[in-house]
Design a protein around this ligand. Structure first.
Ligand SMILES: NC(=O)c1ccc[n+]([C@@H]2O[C@H](COP(=O)([O-])OP(=O)(O)OC[C@H]3O[C@@H](n4cnc5c(N)ncnc54)[C@H](OP(=O)(O)O)[C@@H]3O)[C@@H](O)[C@H]2O)c1
Length: 208
């Protein structure tokens, strides 16, 4: 498939790029800092642009099969990035209807699972990262109101542990005792969600 990867220079994004190329997909990354993808220059197309600008997004996305996004604010989140996810969602959902691409898989946060008791994801999020919860929630709302074939992937704490392929998935809920997941496993799920055309217009909890 011809995939657009957004947030390609981040922890999850690099894994998406690596695994997608290994699985034979053609990858285009739209990034603000192309040099961060130097290791992939011989295997993927790297475009420089503004991910908050719908025109930049539209030009790059046209002609692909799907968008896979691991875009998100760098931690610690600066004041300027308080509404970054929402602004990104507005730009992307404005851009995609002007292209022939409807499919988009987006990495969000497990803090949005209000019914999760073990861990108490929503409570923890509201207590420890209230601005992240508000921004991710606003982002998801923007996609929900769009006509796109979106999937929201909500992981709990991300780790840099290796790929296992042994992770749990639940539509609409965070699996019980879902405390952590490796970025490599999240990337695996996101690529397979695109390949298999599953969980369309669904929120999905993933964890190891
Ligand atoms: N950390 C956790 O435990 C955790 C848990 C659950 C969910 N999440 C969410 O999962 C997603 C991925 O997390 P991660 O830790 O793998 O990502 P990350 O390493 O923080 O990478 C973030 C990516 O977004 C890009 N980005 C940020 N601001 C940008 C901007 N203004 N313009 C262009 N690109 C920008 C970064 O590009 P640059 O390389 O140019 O900075 C990078 O590619 C995030 O949305 C995060 O909120 C995180």
């Amino acid at each position: 498939m011809k995939l657009i990867v957004l947030g390609a220079t981040g922890g999850t994004g690099l894994e998406i790029v690596r695994q997608a190329t290994e699985r034979g997909h053609s990858v285009t990354a739209l990034v603000r800092s192309p040099e961060r993808l130097k290791q992939f220059w011989d295997r993927i197309t790297v475009k420089q642009g503004n991910l908050l600008n719908s025109r930049d997004l539209q030009q790059v996305i046209q002609g692909h099969d799907a968008v896979v996004s691991a875009f998100g604010p760098r931690v610690p989140v600066s004041k300027a990035d308080t509404t970054l996810l929402q602004r990104f969602a507005v730009a992307l959902t404005s851009a995609m209807p002007h292209t022939d691409v409807r499919r988009v898989v987006v990495e969000s946060v497990a803090f949005l699972f209000k019914d999760s008791l073990l861990p108490p994801a929503y409570l923890l999020g509201r207590l420890l990262f209230p601005r992240t919860v508000a921004d991710a929630s606003a982002m998801e709302q923007v996609f929900a109101e769009s006509e796109l074939d979106w999937t929201m992937v909500r992981p709990p704490e991300l780790t840099d542990k290796p790929y296992t392929g042994k992770y749990r998935v639940r539509e609409g809920h965070l699996p019980l005792f879902g405390f952590k997941i490796s970025r490599a496993d999240v990337a695996d799920f996101m690529i397979k969600a695109v390949e298999n055309h599953v969980s369309i217009r669904k929120v999905v909890g993933v964890c190891n």
